[in-house]
Design a protein around this ligand. Sequence first.
Ligand code: CAA
Length: 260
Amino acid sequence: MEFESLLLEIAEGIATVTINRPKALNAMNAAVLGELECAFTALNSNPEVGCIILTGSGEKAFVAGADISAMAPLDAVTARDFALLGHRVMQLIEKGPKPVIAAVNGFALGGGCELAMGCDLRIASDNAKFGQPEVNLGVIPGFGGTQRLPRLIGKGRAMELVLTGDMIDAQEALRIGLVNKVYPLAELLGETKKVAKKILSKGPLAVRLSKEAICNGVEMDLDRACGYEADLFGFCFATADQKEGMQAFLEKRPAKFTGR
Ligand code: CAA
């Protein structure tokens, strides 16, 4: 696959997608979003890929937001279409069958923070900065910020970030649960790959179903969500991975999962 604004590398079951517009701090215009849509559609069905890392080019930014120069001339209809395109990309990541880890290597603002929240895990460099600064521009977050942020960090903290437009640093993001881990920038990709490798060593179907159970269940009431979990748990027992995983434990040996 050839892209203008993305780099894509696949090695040892891990796909690394890098948004590559460093001069614009990797800001996302419609072309970048379209390429992300293409890349994730292909990766989601590529059997060689078990885990996806999403990061930004350069040492300054993950993604500094949706591209303000591209948004400035939009009207109500084209802005809505732009937001819907952003939502499609976030959902492709969030609902996709493979774990996606954001390696947040600098500014993750507006659409960049929203993109990171669409991922399953967020690992940040110590220079990363997060925020939803849309109110500074006279708009509201448009790629899910008003929805995923309260689900992730709670309504009160989400209100504070969205209403003030304040930026927070990586340590504060860690403290409030917006990111999972923080590392020095030079170690970010290496440490993120370690997490990806750890996930790859587990039962692939169990990983996939766990992601499904959490992503879909969190939107249901607890009774329905627990019923849904029970169904998926039961489904695991129709797989070779369950037989192998439990047999290997009982025989005190490492499991050899096949993803079947
Ligand atoms: N869109 C377009 N271009 C952007 C951009 C963005 N979101 N963010 C940075 N850039 C560009 C700058 O215009 C600048 O380009 P030039 O060199 O051609 O002037 C280049 O990237 C470098 O940026 P700065 O010179 O501003 O770098 P800095 O270190 O002084 O500041 C920053 C960094 C604080 C991130 C600042 O660039 C900034 O505030 N950017 C905008 C952040 C923002 O408001 N993001 C939200 C966008 S709205 C949104 O995302 C809506 C949504 O939910 C869908």
